[in-house]
Design a protein around this ligand. Structure first.
Ligand code: SF4
Length: 178
């Protein structure tokens, strides 16, 4: 890659710890700003994912229909896609609920059988996205170009990945950084 590029960061089913690790890059973020424009991110205020993104870092697993739709859009509009952190790479913490059964049954138990006196499910079509039957890692729904494991990946690992990809260096074997 050469010149000033379009960089995006995406927050799916994760705790935001991977983004906090990204912010731990501190003053190197100033160097990064000279190399790339941040065109979409939870730490910015863009409402829609733009076209023609060069590099997208995705935190979190795919846990609901909104995540699935965003992951597909991000893949479609990004030249290079990175699964950032163990939740995106393997499902990790977010996928723990897979062991507890179907989400409809879980919601029934939590909100109706063992919930408050109202016993009401949090149903707001179009506002609260429907949970997928299973939480899955990013590569289960879209092709991923590189993997950055860690919970969270350390800031120096994120910097190494960004430096390599923004400079056009060949990726390590297997696409794994860190
Ligand atoms: Fe949070 Fe760890 Fe998942 Fe990153 S990989 S979103 S730090 S739980």
């Amino acid at each position: 890659m050469a010149g000033k590029l379009k960089l995006a960061t995406v927050w799916l089913g994760g705790c935001s710890g991977c983004h906090m690790s990204l912010l731990d890059l501190d003053t190197w973020l100033i160097d990064l700003a000279a190399l790339a424009d941040l065109v979409y991110s939870p730490i910015a205020d863009q409402k829609h994912f733009p076209d023609g993104v060069d590099l997208s870092l995705v935190e979190g697993a795919v846990a609901n229909e909104e995540h699935l739709a965003l992951a597909q859009e991000v893949r479609h509009k990004s030249r290079v896609l990175v699964a950032m952190g163990d939740c995106a790479v393997t499902g990790n913490v977010t996928a723990l609920r897979n062991q507890l059964g179907a989400p409809d049954r879980l919601l029934q138990q939590i909100y109706v059988e063992h919930g408050d006196a109202r016993g009401v499910l949090p149903a707001a079509p179009g506002i609260i996205p429907r949970l997928l039957d299973r939480v899955v890692p990013l590569h289960a729904v879209v092709p991923v170009d590189h993997y950055l494991p860690g919970c969270p990946p350390a800031a120096p690992q994120i910097r190494a990945l960004l430096k390599a990809l923004l400079s056009g260096a060949p990726p390590p074997a297997g696409g794994r950084f860190g």
